[in-house]
Design a protein around this ligand. Structure first.
Ligand code: BGC
Length: 851
């Protein structure tokens, strides 16, 4: 529904709202005046109705025909121009997480410039990106749209991107403010988070975007923070954004996330995005007439929205597509390639198996090797693995998938291919599985009951009884199909399935909410108490002619969306023998797997485990051929501990964009030396995560308690004493580097400015780049502080044998913490440890400095 609405919104825009060309010459048209003077003049000429109309937006900022003001078109990001297919194709860049993995500020800066071109070529003025929510948990299916777990790294990558997209005349929108760190129950969940954690972990990238990046728009999160919706949260919008950080631009809600009129305006919201329900004439005029709101409050909103439009020159250039800039842009394609090369992380490389040395035969296996099918009519890129799903989905001009990239990089080699297991395997089963009712009709008898808050049925009479052809449902809260049930409900499905083969049966159930599967009167899966999502399967012995009684019970306790799917298959249908046969014939195997856009998208979180079948397939392949390289797609950590010790090499591609396959091929062949490092931690098991137990276990209270406080990511693993599989900041190269001669000097004691310098040498045979990471630790402090915190980094390019002196500066904020009692940052003077290393767990040089 939401998606359909978005498409309709853009379609309306494309019909193009006419703008009268003979508009009078007002002072606001005078380029020589300041933006402030121009917007004030404009406001003075607008009627109250016209001003109110400006406060609603979808994919364009409203115009005003009478005054000759055009509407300004907006587009989604942040992986390129995403327009639900309606603005045509665009360059599909790697994920923002890939950008963070490059640790390359100048790449971010170049990228911002190219994004500006992409926008202007399409007549787009406002870009809904970048995203800088913190990677709190690996299950958040939007991590790929953000910049990782460390606030400093996220800030450093966001600032140059924003500066350059805005220097190119396009408004950036930093999103989603704040603590919008999970998709599970995203519309209703309250992030219960401490003031210190907000200031030290969740705010910094937003603050930097405003104060250093000069971003002109902020999008508020869907969620609540400490009990108040972000888009009507006075503390966040007025106390923090406006008063503490001095933000002058537009504060908009997320799409459909405005919940009130007076409360939102009083809290500081400027623009209602996506819906037209609250900041409209009907609701605002009576409030003004009754004196509850002043017209000047509306003027302020218009000023916040339009002053940046003047500042970026929107009124002084054509609003249409700029034909001098190509829509199909070779420079953008090259940028997508460069970013992909710097965003693919080499996690493991035993026996120096990579780069590959002229293999004669390569077996390319896996669901993500060849998946990027874009339907030209529907623009459906479901199942693609160049990017994740949701509003960030770009409709690319072309995609070089992994297999194609490998083929091009090894023109002499014979390439063998098998999908092995499909990421759409379960999807198909859920649609196609055949069930019969006890009396032989196609489908299952279904009974839908409303529950009270104690989980008792409101009545023993079901609200709905019907036959469902199969169980394959997703309901957003209030969906018409289940509306009569209220927020808490229970459903039972009953039927049979008949086996036609001498084989065992696999039953699969994927659900958000609690459920039990009962086969032949035996409970075979019990997830009744599950509050979020749990995907399980079970194998049942069977034989030809056997009929199994199947009963599925589902409890939804305010879990949004409610989702439940069930399917079955013969155990022998999942067959890896072809893939294994090819693996045996080849010199090496490249397994291309992980997640894709159909498994990782906004609105629902994802599992930590790999999709069904991949773990087993990797193990079977590793046994068949020890020269196996695992190449994973996906927006963060996935469980690798099952097979990691059996494979010599692993690459994490994240979502590498349209040139991902080319970059992968070049990394495998050694044409490109990998230089990316993890912007997040890869845990061994989900239970190791600092967020474990405090994530989607929100129960009915719909609160997620950020109990780990400031101990997020590597800060958290170190605090818990848990060694992750791959630490934050880890990433290998085909060459090696040494760190020597660290010097630390105090440049300005009063201001606490410290200069850190060291020699970094490329001691290997290949040219390469190294990310040098600088962490700070305060050994004695009144408050608990992390073992280390990233406070600077530098990426340095070195020829074989070359040494460079790397210099980094630390300012007072690198040593400070946020004092919750005094409500301010505090620098406690004394000794600080300076730790320089190749990852958060690989500190190579240490020194102590006294401040
Ligand atoms: C997303 C935003 C996006 C907006 C407009 C929302 O669902 O959360 O990131 O910009 O839609 O498409």
């Amino acid at each position: 529904m939401r998606i359909l609405y978005k498409i309709a919104a853009i379609a309306c825009l494309l019909i193009n709202i006419g703008v009268s060309s003979n508009a009078q010459e007002y002072p606001f048209r005078n380029k020589n005046l300041s933006s402030e003077a121009r917007v004030n003049d404009l406001i003075a000429h607008m009627t109250l109705d016209e001003k109110i109309d400006m406060l609603e937006s979808d994919f364009f900022y409203r115009g005003c025909e009478r005054l000759g003001l055009p509407p300004f078109e907006t587009a989604d990001g942040p992986l390129g121009i995403a327009s639900w297919g309606l603005k045509g194709r665009a360059t599909a860049f790697p994920s923002q997480l890939s950008l963070a993995a490059s640790w390359n500020r100048s790449l971010a800066q170049h990228l911002g410039g190219v994004y500006a071109q992409e926008c202007r070529a399409r007549g787009i003025h406002v870009f809904y990106g970048p995203g800088v929510n913190i990677y709190r948990s690996s299950k958040d299916s939007r991590n790929f749209e953000y910049m990782g777990e460390d606030p400093y790294l996220a800030a450093e990558m966001a600032v140059p991107f924003i500066q350059s997209i805005q220097a190119g005349g396009v408004m950036a929108t930093i999103k989603h403010f704040v603590a919008n760190d999970q998709e599970f129950d995203r519309y209703k969940v309250s992030s219960e988070v401490s003031e210190r954690a907000l200031h030290e972990i969740y705010y910094p990238p937003f603050k930097a975007a405003i104060q250093r990046g000069g971003v002109h728009a902020v999008m508020m999160g869907y969620n609540l923070v400490n009990g108040v919706y972000c888009a009507q949260n006075k503390y966040l919008m007025t106390d923090i954004l406006r008063n503490a950080w001095g933000f002058r631009g537009n504060i908009m809600s997320d799409w459909g996330a405005t919940h009130s009129t007076l409360a939102s305006i009083e809290a500081g919201l400027d623009m209602e995005l996506g819906t037209f329900d609250y900041l409209n004439r009907e609701k605002l005029l009576p409030l003004i007439e009754s004196g509850k709101l002043k017209e000047s409050q509306i003027d302020d909103r218009v000023r916040h929205i339009l002053e940046p439009c003047f500042a970026l020159g929107f009124f002084d250039r054509p609003t249409a597509k700029e034909l001098s800039i190509p829509t199909y842009n070779e420079a953008a394609n090259r940028m997508a390639y460069d970013e992909a090369c710097e965003g693919i992380i080499l996690l493991k490389n035993e026996r120096h198996i990579l780069p590959l040395r002229s293999p004669k035969t390569i077996a390319v296996i896996g669901p993500n090797a060849n998946p990027n099918i874009v339907d030209d009519n529907t623009f459906d890129v479901k199942g693609c693995s160049f990017g994740g799903g949701g509003s960030s989905k770009v409709n690319p001009w072309y995609v070089v998938n992994d297999m194609e990239g490998i083929r091009r990089a090894f023109p002499e080699a014979r390439i063998l291919y098998s999908e092995g297991v499909s990421n759409a395997y379960k999807r198909k089963l859920f649609k196609q599985s055949a069930f019969r009712t006890k009396d032989g009709k196609r489908g299952l008898y279904a009974r839908y009951y409303a529950l009270d808050t104690q989980e008792n049925r409101m009545s023993n009479e079901p609200k709905i009884s019907r036959i469902d052809p199969n169980v394959n449902f997703r309901w957003e809260e209030g969906a018409s199909a289940i509306q009569s049930l209220g927020l808490d409900y229970q459903i039972e499905w009953e039927g049979t399935m008949a086996s036609e083969k001498n084989d065992s049966i696999l039953f699969f159930v994927d659900a958000q909410g609690g459920y039990r599967l009962i086969v032949d009167d035996k409970v075979v899966i019990d997830e009744r108490m599950s509050q979020s999502f749990a995907n399980r399967y079970v194998k049942i012995a069977s034989q030809k002619g056997r009929k199994h009684a199947v009963r599925l019970e589902y409890w939804n306790r305010r879990c949004n969306p409610g989702e439940i799917r069930m399917g079955w298959d013969y155990a022998s249908a999942v067959d890896y023998s072809e893939a294994v046969r090819l693996a045996k014939q080849a010199d090496c195997v490249v397994f291309c797997g992980g997640l894709d856009a159909s498994l990782e998208f906004e609105g629902t979180d994802r599992l930590f485990e790999l999709p069904y079948g991949q773990d087993e397939l990797i193990m079977a392949l590793a046994q068949a051929n020890p020269n196996i390289i695992v190449a994973l797609h996906g927006g963060g950590a996935m469980r690798m501990s099952t097979w990691i010790d059996r494979v010599p090499a692993v690459l994490h591609l994240l979502y590498p964009g349209q040139e991902g396959g080319t970059a992968l091929g070049h990394i495998l062949s050694g044409k490109v030396n990998p230089s990316a490092k993890l912007p997040f931690t890869i845990e061994r098991e989900w239970k190791d995560s600092p967020a474990y137990g405090n994530y989607d276990e929100t129960r009915k209270e719909r609160k997620v308690h950020y109990r780990e406080g400031i101990y997020v990511g590597y800060r958290g693993y170190e605090h818990k004493g848990i060694k992750p599989l791959f630490p934050f900041g880890h990433g290998l190269s085909y060459t090696s580097f040494t760190y020597e001669n660290l010097t630390v000097s105090v440049v300005d004691r009063k201001k606490a400015v410290v200069k850190v310098a060291l020699d970094v040498t490329n001691t290997g045979q290949k040219e390469g780049a190294e990310v040098v990471e600088l962490y700070v630790h305060d050994p004695v402090s009144k408050v608990d502080r992390p073992y280390k915190e990233l406070k600077n980094f530098e990426k340095v390019w070195l020829k074989a044998g070359e040494t460079k002196r790397v210099e980094m500066t630390l300012q007072a904020d690198a040593f400070s913490y946020y004092d919750e009692h005094r409500h301010r940052w505090v620098l406690e003077r004394g000794d600080f440890d300076i730790l320089v290393g190749a990852s958060s767990a690989d500190i190579r040089q240490k020194a102590r400095v006294r401040l």
